[in-house]
Design a protein around this ligand. Structure first.
Ligand code: UGA
Length: 465
């Protein structure tokens, strides 16, 4: 595995060159496409700004008036590295604009990307209300020659379902074609991932429509990227299967870390050696407090629900979901063991977002872990470089601090729950001096144990024997 810092510097240099290049330098003789992106959330904004940077003309439709106002002022309502500047640059070049008029914005556009929310319903299956609402509005409006592209993660069969909705109200005209183009962006690295995808998946029954969507990507790609073309259902399944596999990989390394702890083996050495085998691969083998984020659990639950509905239960997926819940408990147990007791203990938490480089707290492992600490009688004070603003809504009983040093004061244990790079640069002597007892649980294996111990910390990581 490449050291984290070196990898980040390499990524950031490459991205700077890509964002700095004007589309004219990368496009060659190919012609830009008129695009509408429906939904100004994380996926929609990255796609809208990225397509504009490719040289296409893009209008992004956002119906929330506050969000629309922010976007028009060149601001975004969450933290995502490089996105705000990319949006501003393309707005200034007049390749990107924002609107709340869905029907008006769709007129004359060749491709209409739908990036609306597809959350879990109470049953665990996907709630398609927002998508169906847009599809109904577009029925009779999006016609032959236009392409509706499903960018949101949608259950197998949704492409066909949307095609059926579009067939209504056609007044004799043929409806737009429906294509699936699932997203594989990672939060925190979304802009980089957009310009450097591992693969682009396009599924649809109209080969002309699929070719136009492929052209949209080819126009902007500065290096060859595999474009997988297939049917709608396969494209939908590829997205779920990919996320399910990634959670299985993280779930495996988390369980292995627990076993390594019991038998005094260092999981980091095991993971490194395993990852050198290309059949296994070195990524997604970092043990932590459990995977989180807005997608993994939602997608796994839909995937498992689909499997059950056709009488083919995915036993592995069920186990991965269960193992992830157990991982939270494992972290709580480590904190309890190292602190003596949690009753009246003061626990300082470093990091609340579900991973570094994002302000997103949705399904963050910090939420169940901190709730358990509170239930066991501890008081919790936390600091996150970007997620403090979101934290109050998720964890109203937690005191939030402005710096890492504020949380160390009189603490019985420090717990690292998110792998923010700035935590590696803390003054550990100062932290230890401020604490009641210098105990540390590093649930991300972010720090070098020998270094922290040198400053007097009683340190434990995940699976480091
Ligand atoms: C994930 C996928 O990686 C994307 O390809 C996909 O597009 C996205 O979901 C989605 O469906 O929208 P994301 O949720 O942004 O992306 O975050 P990841 O980087 O995949 O991390 C997910 C969780 O796994 C985080 O909590 C992270 O800390 C954890 N993780 C990841 C580990 O604990 N260990 C690892 O080795 C890797």
């Amino acid at each position: 595995m490449r050291p984290r810092k070196e990898l980040q510097e390499h990524i950031s240099d490459r991205l700077k060159q890509q964002i700095a290049g004007s589309p004219e330098t990368t496009s060659g003789p190919m012609v830009g496409v008129n695009i509408c992106v429906v939904g100004g959330g994380f996926v929609g904004l990255v796609a809208a700004a990225g397509f504009a940077q490719f040289g296409h003309s893009v209008v992004c439709v956002e119906k929330n008036p506050q969000r629309l106002k922010m976007l028009r002022e060149g601001r975004i309502p969450f933290y995502e590295k490089d996105l705000e500047s990319l949006i501003r640059k393309n707005v200034e070049c007049r390749r990107l604009s924002f609107s709340d008029d869905l029907v008006g914005s769709v007129e004359g556009q060749q491709a209409i990307f739908l990036a609306v929310g597809t959350p879990s319903s109470e049953t665990g299956r996907t709630d398609l209300t927002a998508l169906e609402e847009v599809a109904n509005l577009l029925s009779g409006v999006a016609v032959e020659g236009q392409i509706i592209v499903l960018k949101s993660t949608v259950p197998v069969g949704t492409g066909a379902h949307v095609q059926e909705i579009l067939r209504q109200n056609t007044n004799g005209t043929k409806p737009a074609a429906v294509v699936n183009n699932p997203e594989f962006l990672r939060e925190g690295n979304a802009v980089y991932d957009f310009f450097n995808p591992q693969r682009i998946v396009i599924g649809g029954s109209s080969s002309e429509a699929v070719e136009i969507i492929a052209h949209i990507f080819r126009l902007g790609m500065t290096h060859p990227v595999p474009i997988v073309t297939t049917n709608n259902e396969t494209a939908e399944m590829i997205k779920y299967a990919s996320n399910a596999f990634l959670t299985t990989k993280v779930g495996f390394i988390n369980e292995l870390a627990g076993l390594c702890d019991k038998v005094s083996v260092n999981v980091l050495e095991v993971a490194r050696a395993m990852g050198l085998d290309p059949r296994i691969g070195g990524e997604f083998l970092e043990p932590g407090p459990g995977w989180g984020g807005s997608c993994f659990r939602k997608d796994l639950t839909e995937f498992a629900g689909l499997a059950r509905s056709v009488d083919h239960p995915m036993l592995i997926t069920g186990a991965v979901l269960k193992a992830n819940r157990c991982q939270h408990q494992i972290v709580v147990d480590k904190i309890e063991r190292i602190s003596g007791s949690l009753e009246n203990a003061r626990i300082g938490v470093l990091g609340l977002s579900f991973k570094a480089d994002t302000s997103d707290m949705r399904d963050s492992p910090a939420i169940p872990i901190i709730r358990q600490l509170l239930e066991k009688g501890a008081s919790v004070i936390a600091y996150d470089p970007k997620a403090n603003g979101e934290a109050a809504a998720f964890l109203p009983d937690v005191e939030l601090a402005e710096t890492a040093y504020d949380i160390a004061k009189d603490a019985d244990c420090l717990v690292i729950l998110t792998e923010w790079q700035e935590f590696q640069l803390l003054d550990f002597k100062r932290l230890a001096d401020l604490m009641n007892s210098p105990n540390m649980v590093d649930a991300r294996n972010l720090l070098t144990p020998e270094m922290v111990r040198r400053y007097g910390f009683n340190y434990t990581g995940m699976g480091q024997g």
